[in-house]
Design a protein around this ligand. Structure first.
Ligand code: GLU
Ligand code: ZN
Length: 298
């Protein structure tokens, strides 16, 4: 029998990639996971997903942590940096290779052009590790992956339409799908609250967790914030960095995005008081089934 007393009931996390400073869209994701963890009297961890140096910005990790601090989003334990975790990723890769759940893919970009990112399995029968550059792909059975999202409701994905996805890239970098599953498990994460823009990563992660014999966390995908032109707020769309000198108006705006109804005079309170109001009044009910929230409506 497991020692249930030492097993925390709720461990949540925010897992930013340091590709730029936090913008309002990422603040919304951070705050949702924070409030959900605090409302459950859980732990809230921060993990820096710095495994893709070509897409990273020097100083972004520091800026993100500084912004979280200014916005009162104080994390438990110390920040885990994925750049320190190669050994664990290699270990998992070796296990999967040994169990023939992974295979090397030598397809060129040219060969895969026009396939919309869904890999048709050309190298599926390849088992020997070739001398030439290759990626490692997870062999995905044709199965339907179902889960209950706390905000988006019942989800069902046909894994075979997503294709055998990459766990280690040709350039030697580890894929997000691999690192995220290993570290969520390593950190004991029980509840994941993140943007709905990565909803279709979740069936992949549920499948990979099964392949690694990990337990599955519970998921909630919050709506993304969009601009008038329909684009989601993102670094690619040049969303501005959140200000570090005046956090309260944006926290209140994010609470409004969640469908909570802060009184106008909440703005007169401190960051800590605003967050504790958010924790007390936290509910996902008004976000149910929503994929987008127009920034200008807030
Ligand atoms: N690092 C990912 C991102 O910033 C998020 C990962 C996650 O929450 O699972 O998009
Ligand atoms: Zn291939």
């Amino acid at each position: 029998m497991g020692d249930t007393l030492s097993t925390p009931l709720y461990i949540g996390r925010f897992a930013p990639s340091p590709s730029g400073p936090l913008h309002f869209g990422s603040l919304v994701a951070a705050l949702a996971s924070y409030l959900d963890a605090r409302a459950h009297h859980g732990k809230w961890l921060v993990r820096m997903e710095d495994i893709d140096p070509p897409r990273e910005q020097p100083k972004a990790a520091d800026l993100i942590l500084k912004a979280l601090d200014v916005y009162g989003l104080h994390w438990d334990n110390s920040v885990l940096f994925q750049s320190d975790r190669s050994e664990a990723y290699d270990q998992a890769i070796n296990t999967l290779l040994r169990e023939e759940k992974l295979y090397p893919c030598t397809c060129t970009r040219k060969k895969l052009a026009g396939l919309d990112g869904v890999y048709p399995g050309y190298c599926r029968s390849q088992r020997e590790i070739p001398n030439q550059p290759h990626s490692l792909r997870l062999l995905c059975s044709s199965s339907i992956i179902q889960f209950q999202d706390r905000i988006q409701g019942d989800q069902s994905f046909d894994l075979s339409t997503l294709g055998d996805f990459i766990l280690k890239r040709k350039d030697g970098l580890y894929a997000y799908q691999l690192a995220v599953c290993i570290d969520d498990n390593f950190q004991g994460v029980t509840h994941i609250v993140r943007g709905v823009d990565i909803l279709d990563s979740t069936p992949r992660q549920l499948y990979l967790q099964s392949q690694l014999n990990y337990p599955h966390p519970v998921y909630a995908h919050v709506p993304v914030i969009t601009q008038n032109n329909g684009n989601k707020l993102s670094k690619q769309n040049h969303a501005p960095a959140i200000p570090l000198n005046n956090p309260r108006p944006l926290i209140i705006k994010a609470l409004t995005a969640f469908g909570l109804k802060p009184e106008p005079d909440l703005l007169m309170n401190s960051v800590e008081e605003i967050l504790s109001w958010g924790t007390k009044n936290w509910s996902m009910r008004n976000m149910a089934g929503k994929k987008e929230i127009l920034q200008d409506s807030l």
